[in-house]
Design a protein around this ligand. Structure first.
Ligand SMILES: [Zn+2]
Ligand SMILES: [Zn+2]
Length: 283
């Protein structure tokens, strides 16, 4: 029994609809999936519905963009209350920041005589949390770049002429925000960040888990983070980080997390919910 706990749909920068995502999960015989779109939980309800039809267990999730000691860190949240007011308010603020960043990037492109319209990006993005991949796709669709790689290399990569730095909340804030919504907080793809020195401070801030298995982690990298997980008593997670075809080939199926880790994740979630429950509602 295997799960994939890191997946994106077109509610952030993936290309799959919830139904397409679930059809792929079925094809790979996954018994449980978590949706972790960037800075949104919008896709959770439709994906839960599609999972119910396909008899796949669904875990609500998100991937928050955060910062720790100058490093961009992605924090996965699992099992949150989807109606949590504080989480929804923060997410809405964050989405506005993302939309303004798109406007700034398009303004920079226009100054470079690249006639991209911001409406074209928003129309294509179909979500409230647009990002650079949407700008890249809009550039290709408008015939202004030949492919996504060219769009990133010429304009959108860090320190290229249309790159705009991204606002990020602190990692401690992201962890606290997730906890008060009843969610488990997990550091995403640490092997991509290469800043293990921040892990102790994040554990101190309440981090619950670490994503040991990821498409871009080698076997040695996964083993390294499994060791760190056991040293700090962290929950182990894993997922493909599949974006459909927006970042090259779909990668769902490349990471299969043994289901025992899902059980531990859910047990941790139950502890967090018990701690977050207002006094008097506890038994
Ligand atoms: Zn990420
Ligand atoms: Zn991701």
């Amino acid at each position: 029994m295997f799960a994939d706990l890191h997946l994106h749909t077109y509610f952030s920068d993936g290309t799959y609809t919830p139904e397409e995502l679930v059809a792929q999960a079925k094809r790979h015989s996954l018994v449980a999936v978590a949706l972790t779109d960037h800075d949104t939980v919008e896709g959770c309800v439709p994906t839960a519905r599609a999972c119910a039809v396909a008899s796949i267990e669904f875990i609500a999730g998100t991937e928050l963009t955060a910062e720790q000691a100058g490093h961009e860190i992605h924090i996965l949240g699992y099992g949150m209350d989807l109606e949590n007011a504080q989480l929804l308010t923060e997410i809405a603020k964050f989405q506005l920041v993302r939309q303004n960043r798109i406007r700034e990037m398009v303004a920079l492109l226009n100054r470079l005589n690249v006639p991209l319209r911001v409406e074209a990006v928003f129309a294509l993005a179909n979500c409230r949390a647009p990002g650079r991949p949407h700008v890249a796709r809009a550039l290709v669709e408008a015939g202004l770049c030949d492919n996504l790689d060219e769009a990133f290399e010429r304009f959108l990569k860090k320190n290229r002429p249309a790159w705009v730095p991204k606002f990020k909340m602190s990692a401690a804030h992201a962890v606290a925000l997730l906890h008060q919504a009843g969610a488990v907080a997990v550091m995403a793809h640490p092997g991509l960040n290469r800043c293990d020195e921040v892990i102790p401070a994040m554990v101190e801030a309440g981090l619950d888990g670490i994503e040991c298995f990821h498409t871009k982690h080698s076997t040695a990298t996964a083993a390294h983070y499994l060791q760190i997980a056991s040293r700090f008593n962290l929950v182990v997670t894993g997922g493909s980080d599949c974006h459909g075809s927006s970042k090259g080939r779909p990668v769902m199926g490349t990471v299969k997390l043994p289901y025992q880790h899902v059980e531990k994740l859910k047990a941790r979630g139950a502890e967090i919910k018990a701690a977050a429950a207002p006094a008097g509602s506890r038994t």
